[in-house]
Design a protein around this ligand. Structure first.
Ligand SMILES: [Zn+2]
Length: 487
């Protein structure tokens, strides 16, 4: 039997606001001492009242717009009632039937692999709403004497989340991984979340089922939880698909299990047989007003809405004529693509040339020094100036590359550094000729072996001349003069 894989992803996205959703505690308390970032509101003390954080709504609207969702003029918060130790109020404030956004989609460009051509998978958004996070429980450390205990950390209570659930539109583990990669890129691009999976800013559960190819119905699905990297999502789904195939092939049924990914063992463990949909007794949150999203507010939020990565990539291909590879890397981060555009504007020449310098040399400078593009002293305008100095023949390429670092450490303009340090290329024949003559005289043995046929030594001779002249000689001229002298 040939099977088709059907996957839907449920993601929880932590919004990067300063404060929590309903109180003024700091929102991000990653790695902080447990229960230090809490107050009566987020720990659900009796009699307290929640106050909605406006920034949470605004970031939610930005995300909804990026997902092409409809944003209704009014939305409500609801209580989702359930009892769990990490939920001190006994209910979670969430959104149910009238949420911040409706519908929407994310287009995921699947790259060409081997024989398969590239294609776009449109992933529908089933649900997009705001809610508060719950706390965290963990086993007490071994030093804790007495019977086994669980400890509770309430720091995460009230951290603002967007829960976003896709339609079951994904057809492979690779598509699920690509969806998450693109979602993470998008969240950072529009500035609503750091989207760091290791810090739980982006959490993902996967619903997986398979069905005979061509079937329209949905088979029983299993839910995979606790996957905290994109690679783990891919591997866990692959393993679960294999397991389901074996079960069906052996004539057995798939049961509606919840599975937990064990990162260390790289295996899935059965957590529990999934109960039927719990009755959460949703009802409107009586302590919060409806959220009225006026056209004026929406316009204000979306005033600086950026061009999105896929659109920008398409423009880099069509307007700048860049190769796919370059356009792809340049649009991984918004800061990088902005830097590129500014440098192209300042350079006013072939964009591919700017892309080469940026992707090879500037990125290396960043990596080697642990820097980021923001606050770099080597501005896009200075990068353009360096490339123009090379183009004009004022300096050679190597000098240009050393200039990147010099500009970045000093903040001075490339032209100024070239003047101050006398880095301009030496094209003066007599100076190069004198240096070449000296090199040949000092290296009689090499000169002899070149003459007896070892032509590959030419590169070495050129290198020696360049070195003697502090790297400033015109390398082509040096080669011509050396050839003339030797022949
Ligand atoms: Zn609080």
């Amino acid at each position: 039997m040939e099977y088709e894989v059907v996957i839907g992803l449920e993601t929880h996205i932590q919004l990067n606001t300063q404060t929590k959703i309903f109180c003024s505690c700091k929102a991000d308390s990653w790695n902080e001492t447990p229960n230090t970032n809490i107050c009566p509101v987020c720990t659900g003390m009796p009699g307290v009242l929640p106050v909605l954080n406006k920034a949470v709504v605004e970031k939610g609207v930005l995300l909804a717009a990026a997902m092409h969702s409809e944003i209704p003029p009014v939305s409500y918060f609801d209580r989702k009632n359930y009892f769990y130790p990490d939920l001190p109020k006994g209910f979670q404030i969430s959104q149910f039937d009238c949420s911040l956004a409706k519908g929407g989609y994310l287009d995921v460009l699947m790259p060409a692999v081997g024989q398969a051509t590239a294609y776009v998978r449109r992933v529908g958004i089933h649900k997009l709403h705001l809610e508060e996070d719950a706390g965290k429980t963990k086993n007490a450390p071994a030093t804790f004497v007495g019977q086994a205990r669980r400890l509770i950390d309430f720091n995460r209570c009230g951290v603002p989340l967007v829960e976003m659930v896709t339609e079951p539109d994904l057809r492979s583990a690779a598509e699920a991984a690509e969806y998450l990669t693109r979602l993470r890129q998008l969240l950072r691009w529009i500035g609503v979340s750091e989207a760091d999976m290791e810090k739980a800013h982006l959490r993902c559960d996967a619903n997986v089922s398979i069905r005979p190819v061509g079937a329209e119905y949905l088979n029983t699905k299993t839910e995979i939880k606790n996957v905290n990297s994109i690679e783990a999502v891919r591997t866990a789904i692959e393993k679960e698909v294999e397991r389901q195939k074996k079960e069906y092939d052996a004539g057995r049924k798939i049961l509606s299990w919840t599975l937990e990914w064990d990162e260390d063992a790289q295996t899935l463990k059965k957590m529990r047989s999934k109960e039927t949909e719990a009755d959460y007794r949703y009802f409107r949150e009586p302590d919060l007003l409806p959220v009225y999203m006026s056209e004026a507010w929406k316009t204000e939020i979306l005033a600086d809405f950026p061009e999105l990565p896929l659109e920008r990539k398409a423009r880099f291909l069509s307007v700048f004529g860049l190769p796919e590879y370059d356009a792809d890397i340049l649009t991984t981060e918004r800061a990088l693509s902005d830097y590129f555009e500014n440098a192209v504007r300042a350079y006013d020449g072939d964009p591919k040339r700017v892309s080469n310098w940026l992707l090879n040399d500037v990125l290396r400078l960043l990596n080697e020094n642990g820097l980021t593009l923001t606050g770099l002293k080597l501005t896009p305008v200075y990068l353009a100036e360096i490339i123009r100095l090379v183009d004009a023949g004022t300096i050679n390429t190597n000098t240009g590359k050393t200039l990147l670092e010099k500009v970045n450490s000093s903040g001075h303009s490339p032209r100024q550094i070239v003047e101050n340090e006398g880095l301009a290329k030496v094209s003066d024949d007599s100076a190069i000729r004198a240096a070449a003559q000296a090199i040949l005289t000092e290296n009689a043995a090499e000169t002899e072996s070149y003459k007896s046929g070892k032509a590959t030594l030419m590169g070495w001779f050129v290198g020696q001349v360049m070195r003697r002249m502090g790297g400033k000689a015109d390398a082509q001229k040096a080669r011509a003069i050396l050839e003339e002298l030797l022949n």
